[in-house]
Ligand binder design. Structure first.
Ligand code: GLY
Length: 550
């Protein structure tokens, strides 16, 4: 945490995001009479400038909206595979997955067709207040791109950490490594004039400009020059989709979350259903008993994610069954409270990556947005489309490059998530709303972190419902992660690690504990206090974001 407060209270509206300038832009829109969707659009464009590792125009994501009258919708603006993509696109002649240039993670061939601009346009057109034009909502981002902004310690460190990737392509090096490869330091100004011009074109000509105008031409030309797959037709044909959110319950509280092509919603609901049959409150938040049960629920849901997760427009995904109480009862019955179930006993698998960003907004009327979007890895494929300032995603790694072979994040991928033209890759993004028993909105939460996203959201939800934590405590508390394979519990380093006694007790139950490497996620949440209606926002102390309101 870089000194910013991790929680905030405000009577009218609240924004929580991973980057303080973007949060401020969202609060300003709310203060000037915008609704949650208006603010979300402004924040999304701002993060594309101020949080380039994950905020984006060149990626995609999911926006969950719940209106004060209870109606809810999910906007799916996930990237799609280019029309020329094939099932074996990333296999070399020996049948091995290509690592590096030409593969699904790095360079021009790693990108899916970006959805963010179209997704934001759909949200704004259908659900914006009408008080802000498209151009007005983009303007704060454009001005920041043009004038630049001082890099915080966290942003400068992030750019330096990814120097290898950012230095690969001259256009990217010029913008994000200060032109000379030496990189930026804290306090240096990051200016992005090409991106400012792209944003200006979007302001002047509207969102289709990104898909059919000069920006689209620049992107497609750069792809064609460098062996990329995305064509002008791919861009022209891209469409976001509205889908009904998944709806389940946990101990009497309705939970709304993202449907496929994210696995986030069904895996979250499956785990909550399994855990509902155990008295987690009695076990206690930091007990070996609780971590054991969490790991057993996670293991089972991630095995199902691997097997069933896919784009529902291509492959049926049995979400109703997987999120049913009966199905969970069957899974629960096979959990041994004294022993870990070896993952090999479960069926084979599927899955995906980690750098992503979540933000959330609640406005004065109680309309709420939870939005998670991403370039996939930090700074995506490393490619900035020439002349546009737009960093492109490496979302193609979220497809199954080869069944059974783990992707960069160790997730095993399944057959149903195989690459096909225009298909959306499986995701873990989990924007979520939890309601009070009277049906009113209680809190919103989401996080980055690839597969750990789902388990981060799970733990925040159970921390609040089972352990009575306030939002800030629930977000700050230590987290664990199990993803079926590898068969191990991941923990966090330092003070968020598990005490020795708990580790020993888990080992005695047969769990393997992986060495702790890094903090898990960067959750952002907002809770509405029932008596006062006060909006309480919390930004994860693991990150450098900000919750603020008015
Ligand atoms: N690329 C991260 C996710 O979609 O889950």
């Amino acid at each position: 945490m870089n000194g910013a407060p991790a929680a905030a209270r405000a009577p009218h509206g609240m924004v929580a995001s991973a980057e303080p300038l973007a949060t401020g832009i969202g609060v300003d829109v709310l203060r000037r009479g915008g609704n949650a969707v208006d603010a979300a659009v402004a924040v999304a464009f701002a993060l594309a400038v101020t949080f380039p590792e994950a905020g984006n125009l060149g990626g995609g994501g999911f926006l969950l909206l719940r209106r004060r009258d209870g109606r809810a919708t999910a906007i799916d603006y996930r990237e799609t595979a280019p029309a020329r993509a094939t099932r074996t696109l990333y296999l070399d002649p020996g049948g091995q997955v290509i690592r590096g240039e030409g593969g699904p993670l790095v360079g021009y061939r790693a990108s899916g067709v970006p959805g963010t601009v179209a997704g934001m346009a759909l949200a704004w057109r259908r659900y914006g207040s009408g008080r802000f034009s498209w151009a007005q909502l983009i303007d704060p981002a454009r001005r920041l791109a043009l004038a630049g902004f001082p890099l915080s310690r966290a942003r400068a460190a992030s750019l330096r950490d990814r120097r290898d990737l950012l230095g690969r392509y001259p256009e990217t090096r010029r913008i994000f490594l200060n032109g000379n490869g030496a990189g930026f330091r804290e306090g240096d100004t990051l200016r992005q004039p090409d991106l400012a011009r792209t944003l200006r074109r979007l302001q002047r000509h509207g969102p289709r400009e990104f898909y059919e105008g000069e920006t689209a031409r620049a992107l497609a030309d750069d792809m064609a020059r460098n062996g990329g797959l995305i064509t002008a037709a791919d861009l022209r044909d891209y469409r976001p989709k509205e889908r009904p959110p998944l709806r389940g319950s946990y101990r009497g509280h309705t939970v709304l979350s993202m449907p496929p092509p994210s696995s986030g919603g069904f895996a979250l609901l499956e785990m909550l259903n399994v855990l509902e049959g155990f008295d987690l409150r009695a076990a206690g938040p930091a007990s070996a008993e609780r971590y054991h049960l969490l790991a057993e629920a996670m293991r089972r849901a991630f095995a199902d994610r691997a097997e069933y997760g896919a784009d529902p427009d291509f492959v049926p995904v049995p979400t109703a069954r997987l999120t049913g109480k009966r199905y969970a009862a069957g899974l629960r019955a096979r959990i041994d409270r004294a022993r870990a179930t070896p993952s090999a006993r479960r069926r084979p698998p599927a899955a995906e990556a980690t750098q992503t960003t979540h933000f959330t907004v609640i406005d004065r009327d109680g309309d709420a947005v939870a939005n998670t979007y991403t370039l996939n890895g930090a700074y995506g494929s490393g490619v900035v489309a020439r002349g546009t300032g737009v960093l492109l995603n490496n979302e193609m790694d979220d497809f199954t490059a080869k069944p059974g072979v783990p992707n960069l994040f160790g997730l095993i991928q399944g057959e149903r998530n195989a690459i096909a033209p225009k298909k959306r890759p499986l995701s873990s993004m989990t924007p979520t709303f939890v309601l009070r028993k009277d049906g009113s909105l209680w809190f919103t939460v989401g996080s980055p972190g690839g597969p750990t996203i789902i388990n981060t959201v799970l733990q925040v939800v159970t921390n609040i419902i089972d352990h009575g934590m306030d939002l800030r405590q629930a977000i700050a508390a230590p987290r664990v992660h199990h993803q079926w394979l590898p068969d191990e519990i991941r923990t966090e380093p330092g003070a968020r690690g598990l005490p020795d006694g708990v580790r020993r007790a888990l080992a005695a139950r047969g769990h393997k504990i992986a060495p702790a490497t890094r903090p898990m996620g960067d959750a952002q949440g907002i809770l509405i206090e029932p008596e006062t209606g006060v909006r309480v926002g919390a930004s994860d102390p693991r990150g450098s974001g900000l919750a603020a309101g008015y």
